[in-house]
Ligand binder design. Structure first.
Ligand code: G4P
Length: 288
């Protein structure tokens, strides 16, 4: 099953970003540290390919601390690219963002040549949270200049450093099947676009292979990794009392439990893809 995902109005966002990008020095892309490859939008790369890019792996508090460095190294090895990890607990992330952008565009700075940065990210990746934190450190000023629509927000992070929020919404664009499952598991895709049971089974399949210890510890099911995905989902439902009549397990409820506990981090710090795995999915021709 592929995720049934039909993002609307992407063309408007594309047009708005294309118009904005000419006057931008650095593009910050906010990624979900639990699924960096899947939470990137390839459309953004197409539109901003030649611009220096800062990849911010957000929600790193929820991601596997052993895998985040591998993703950071992966991006840092790319030309004109820097990557940093962030999470909502950081009270003052502005310094790190500013420093990383200055490294990427050292020719910009000073009042005559202020740094102009665009921040983008798919829904639910934590963009509002980050912007609110940045705004908290310095009063936001919304743009009232020609060409800046009311939908855009200009944040002055330093006297010579302006940050613009993306015009429009950058919906996820799913290009490999596994990305669809990972995006759905993370909460980036609306509930109506996928079958929760199928996504939970995919998630359990991955967790069995890579995080069996966390699964067994959280759900207290001995030998969880040895069970078939369906049997494991059923065992979790039974364990948590998600039952229908006559002792049957409510698999829908069990699926919600698994996904909620992954999303909240209750299950543990988990990353659903490594750079190598993501490259393999792309190379395996699973393109949708
Ligand atoms: P968006 O603007 O990109 O759509 O995302 P938003 O900031 O609204 O964040 C989406 C959810 O992710 C929010 O949770 C937010 O609290 C959470 N979040 C953002 N950054 C981080 C982070 O670094 N770590 C963790 N653990 N969570 C983060 P929510 O449950 O939808 O709302 P809330 O009640 O927690 O605010």
């Amino acid at each position: 099953m592929a995720i049934q995902w039909f993002p609307g109005h992407m063309h408007l966002t594309r047009k708005a970003i294309a118009e904005r990008v000419a006057e931008i020095d650095v593009v910050i892309e906010l990624l979900d540290a639990r699924l960096p490859g899947s939470s990137a939008n390839p459309m953004l790369a197409e539109l901003t390919g030649h611009k220096p890019g800062l990849k911010v792996l957000n929600k790193q508090d929820l991601a596997d601390p052993e895998r985040t460095p591998a993703w950071l190294a992966h991006y840092n090895a790319q030309p004109a690219t820097r990557a940093i990890g962030l999470d909502a607990s950081q009270a003052a992330p502005a310094r790190r963002l500013i420093d990383a952008c200055r490294e990427l565009a050292p020719q910009r700075g000073g009042l005559a040549k202020p740094m102009r940065v665009l921040i983008c990210g798919i829904p639910n990746v934590g963009k509002s949270t980050l912007i609110n934190t940045l705004v908290g450190t310095r009063k936001a000023r919304t743009g009232d200049e020609a060409g800046i629509t009311k939908l855009e927000q200009r944040i002055v992070l330093a006297d010579d450093f302006y940050l613009w929020d993306t015009p429009g919404v950058l919906w996820p664009r799913i290009i490999v099947a596994q990305s669809g499952y990972n995006l759905a598991a993370s909460g980036a895709i609306g509930r109506n676009a996928f079958d929760e049971e199928i996504v939970a089974l995919e998630l359990l399949g991955y967790l069995k292979r890579h995080y069996a210890g966390l699964l067994e510890a959280r759900f207290r099911i001995e030998g969880a990794a040895g069970l078939a995905d369906e049997a494991l989902l059923e065992a979790i439902g039974r364990q948590r009392g998600a039952l229908l009549g006559k002792g049957r397990v409510n698999l829908q409820k069990a699926a919600e439990i698994v996904m909620n506990e992954f999303r909240s981090g209750t299950l543990g710090r988990i990353t659903l893809e490594t750079p190598e795995e993501f490259a393999q999915w792309l190379a395996a021709g699973q393109l949708l």
